[in-house]
Design a protein around this ligand. Structure first.
Ligand code: SF4
Ligand code: SF4
Length: 188
């Protein structure tokens, strides 16, 4: 009986091999939920930098140079934790099914996307990307009580093209800075 079963298996294997040719052919399957190479989704990413902030392996970096923000992933540092995908508010990055990572070309070890930076209209320092600032504005206006929507839109128009420091100064000048009421001897 055992012999018949074995012969059947041998005959079956003649027509349908039990093994695959991987790595000389494609793998048989990719397991569901595999944490593969993280990849930016260019159409969704707004260049906010939240993923870089939360990447404990320091694999994602943000560099602001002149008018350009460059967001990069350096794959050799990635530990495939998936934190960047979890934290991203815009579905701008996701772990893929790509797991064949060996390369002899250093350029393939890093991917980048670029954004145009918005500069502060007072001091010209970089604020953030246009896409990021637009999204912030959209979110504020979407969640605001309609009763105060006009007042908020007016305030946004005053502050949206200013960096954090210049916003603080303006709110102080306009007498709306809370610290002015609570901090003694704080003048600037
Ligand atoms: S949108 Fe997502 S992927 Fe893009 S910078 Fe922000 S957190 Fe990172
Ligand atoms: S998967 Fe983890 S280590 Fe890799 S880029 Fe995302 S946050 Fe960083």
């Amino acid at each position: 009986m055992v012999k018949i079963t074995a012969i059947k298996e041998v005959l079956k294997a003649l027509f349908k091999p039990a093994t695959t040719k991987y790595p000389h052919g494609p793998p048989s399957h990719v397991p569901e939920g595999l944490r593969g190479l993280p990849q930016f989704k260019d159409d969704n990413c707004i260049g906010c930098g939240a993923c870089a902030e939360c990447c404990s392996a320091n694999a994602i970096s943000i560099t602001d140079t002149g008018d350009t923000r460059t967001l990069s992933i350096f794959y050799p540092r990635c530990i495939f934790c998936g934190r960047c995908e979890d934290i991203c508010p815009e579905d701008g990055i996701a772990l893929s099914e790509e797991f064949e990572l060996a390369t002899s070309d250093k350029k393939e070890a890093e991917v980048s996307i670029k954004f145009t930076l918005v500069k502060c209209q007072e001091c010209s320092s970089a604020i953030s990307t246009k896409e990021h600032l637009t999204k912030i504005k959209e979110r504020i206006m979407k969640n605001i009580d309609p009763v105060i929507a006009d007042a908020v839109a007016e305030d946004l128009a005053k502050y949206e093209n200013l960096c954090v420091e210049c916003r603080r100064k303006l709110s102080y000048q306009l007498n709306t800075h809370t610290q002015k009421y609570y901090t003694r001897g704080w003048e600037k």
